[in-house]
Design a protein around this ligand. Structure first.
Ligand code: COA
Ligand code: MG
Length: 292
């Protein structure tokens, strides 16, 4: 899952428009992009969209609910679970225990709605609170529903009282780079994909591309988007190139031919087991993207 496009749940126009995007996942938002007075409307519209229009897109359909401290989460879930979303995005998640709480609620609602137990997945935003950033290790083994981890900088900046998330050169400052790194490590420890956060300057295509390439280099397997124009840039950056796929296949073949030795040589370069794991991971992503 490379591109995760946010769509405000109360916008008929954007919901419509999202169907034409090439996003791998649409995240129907009930949280920050929806004003308090519109929450009930957004719940109904998101549920209706999933129930009525799923056939018009290949994308997975996720719903971002309001966080567990708002008192809104249960009503969000009650409104959307019957339409069977593919997953729930949980904002301001503080630890694996929050994922387990959400999982318990989903379990009850799945049973009440005749859905298979565990069918609705969970992707938490794990760096929107200070506690969340410091709890990265708690996602390992938290729930079989866990489908990935992602992060956010804006809410964290509000939580800690930072005036900006970036320095004069446009680079994230230390706290936010740390949160980003925690996400990569926490996802790896939990055995799920790490998904990079949004790039809010949606007219800056070059800035977006740069951030995608850095994210892909560092271990993220996808990125969230706030505007349909960002989707193609993300899909391109996170789709392994033909050259990378060829290289990965060569590494895997060399190991197979060697009778799975611990180390092989290709064109005067050494490859050992970490290289094999990386090649297998890349090939899995290429297959998911339909290019291998
Ligand atoms: N999903 C689907 N369609 C979208 C969209 C989105 N996230 N963002 C924009 N569009 C549509 C617009 O409705 C517009 O369609 P139209 O021409 O039929 O009216 C078209 O794409 C072009 O949009 P544009 O004029 O370039 O942007 P905008 O000023 O309408 O919207 C934002 C800018 C930022 C308000 C909008 O992109 C948005 O709402 N993004 C999502 C915000 C969000 O969910 N935030 C929470 C997560 S951080
Ligand atoms: Mg937020």
């Amino acid at each position: 899952m490379r591109s995760w496009l946010f769509v405000p749940g109360d916008s008929e126009r954007k919901l419509d428009k999202s169907l034409a995007s090439q996003a791998d996942v649409l995240i129907l938002d009930l949280e920050d992009s929806v004003a308090p007075q519109n929450k009930p409307l957004a719940r109904d519209m998101a549920a209706g969209f999933i129930a009525d229009r799923r056939g018009e897109t290949q994308a997975l359909l996720y719903v971002r609910v309001n966080d567990l401290a708002t008192g809104l989460t249960d009503d969000d879930l009650k409104a959307v679970v019957a339409s069977r979303p593919d997953g729930i995005m949980l904002p301001k998640c503080n630890s694996g225990a929050d994922v387990q709480q959400l999982s318990t609620r989903l379990r009850v609602l799945e049973a009440e709605n005749g859905l298979p137990d565990g069918s609705i997945r969970i992707v938490p935003l794990i760096t929107e609170t200070a506690t969340g950033v410091l709890s990265g290790a708690s996602y390992r083994g938290a729930s079989a529903r866990l489908a990935g981890l992602t992060w956010g900088a804006e809410d964290l900046s509000a939580a800690i009282g930072a005036r900006s998330t970036r320095d004069e050169a446009g680079r994230y400052t230390d706290v936010f780079r740390f949160a980003r790194s925690v996400t990569i490590l926490a996802a790896s420890a939990a055995g799920v994909p790490a998904i990079d956060t949004v790039f809010v300057n949606f007219r800056d295509t070059e800035g977006m591309r740069r951030e995608c390439l850095e994210a892909e280099r560092d271990g993220f397997t996808g990125k969230m988007a706030i505007h349909p124009d960002q989707v193609a840039v993300i899909n391109e950056a996170f789709t392994p190139s033909a050259e990378a796929v060829g290289q990965a296949k060569a590494v895997i073949a060399a190991f197979a031919q060697s009778g799975n030795a611990g180390v092989v040589a290709i064109d005067g370069q050494m490859y050992d087991v970490p290289h094999l794991r990386r090649a297998e991971g890349l090939l899995a992503r290429a297959r998911a993207a339909g290019v291998a």
